[in-house]
Design a binder for this molecule. Structure first.
Ligand SMILES: N[C@@H](CCC(=O)N[C@@H](CS)C(=O)NCC(=O)O)C(=O)O
Length: 223
């Protein structure tokens, strides 16, 4: 196994993108093995490397990790992005899960049939501005600090800024009613490791398109 974590997934965002973000934010270099063909996927299955026959899979520290959430929490714990105690962890889990629910809606939007896209986009905007962003705006207001957990930079901050940028790709003015989240985003994008990840040529992936979907369908034998 290589020294650096090795990520097995498509050459696209999907469920792996938050893992790329978290590693990048932690300043960890990683390698990627992109799934392009059915044969590559079958080889991973044959080798017994995919516990539930699914990707993302990350080779790291002598393990072959699967299940996105498990991979993220391992990375967060390893690189001190998971709080100082159990209560911090509970808060981080709540904040991450909330933002992941919103992210999940945005992540699958591109796959919807054209006639459902507009309605679904309205739902995303409604959920972002009425349910999720008000919560994070209030947390920042109440603690009057830089990060969701006050002075500690954590996994929750990384997941939130990733989702804000995804939401802005759908609706550029989506943060207009949230001044503290705007300031938060600016601060986060200025964290050196994140700033680097946001530069062109980094391992950050572009929004998914038809080609990405066709590749995934090919690999999983879906029509
Ligand atoms: N609960 C898993 C779900 C993983 C998952 O659904 N992966 C998809 C690709 S994004 C996959 O491998 N699908 C093939 C299959 O389920 O057979 C996770 O969060 O990692």
């Amino acid at each position: 196994m290589s020294e650096k974590p090795k990520l097995h997934y498509f050459n696209g965002r999907g469920r792996m993108e938050s893992i790329r973000w978290l590693l990048a934010a932690a300043g960890v270099e990683f390698e990627e093995d992109f799934l392009e063909t059915r044969e590559q996927y079958e080889q991973l299955l044959k080798d017994g490397f995919l516990l539930f026959q699914q990707v993302p899979m990350v080779e790291m520290d002598g393990m072959r990790l699967v299940q996105t959430r498990a991979i993220l929490s391992y990375i967060a714990a390893k690189y001190n992005l998971y709080g100082r105690n159990l209560k911090d962890r509970a808060l981080i889990d709540m904040y991450v899960e909330g933002i992941t629910d919103l992210m999940g809606m945005i992540r699958v939007h591109f796959k919807l049939p054209p006639e459902e896209k507009e309605k679904n986009l309205s739902l995303i905007i409604e959920r972002a501005t009425k349910r999720y962003f008000p919560v994070y705006e209030k947390i920042l207001k109440d603690n009057g600090q830089h990060f969701l957990l006050g002075s500690q930079f954590t996994w929750a901050d990384v997941q939130l800024v990733e989702t804000i940028l995804m939401a802005e790709e759908k609706e550029p003015a989506i943060l207009s009613e949230f001044p503290l989240l705007q300031a938060f985003k600016a601060r986060m994008c200025d964290v050196p490791t994140i700033k680097k990840f946001l530069q062109p040529g980094s391992q950050r992936k572009p929004p998914p398109d038809e080609k990405y979907l066709a590749r995934a369908n090919r690999v999983f034998n879906r029509k």
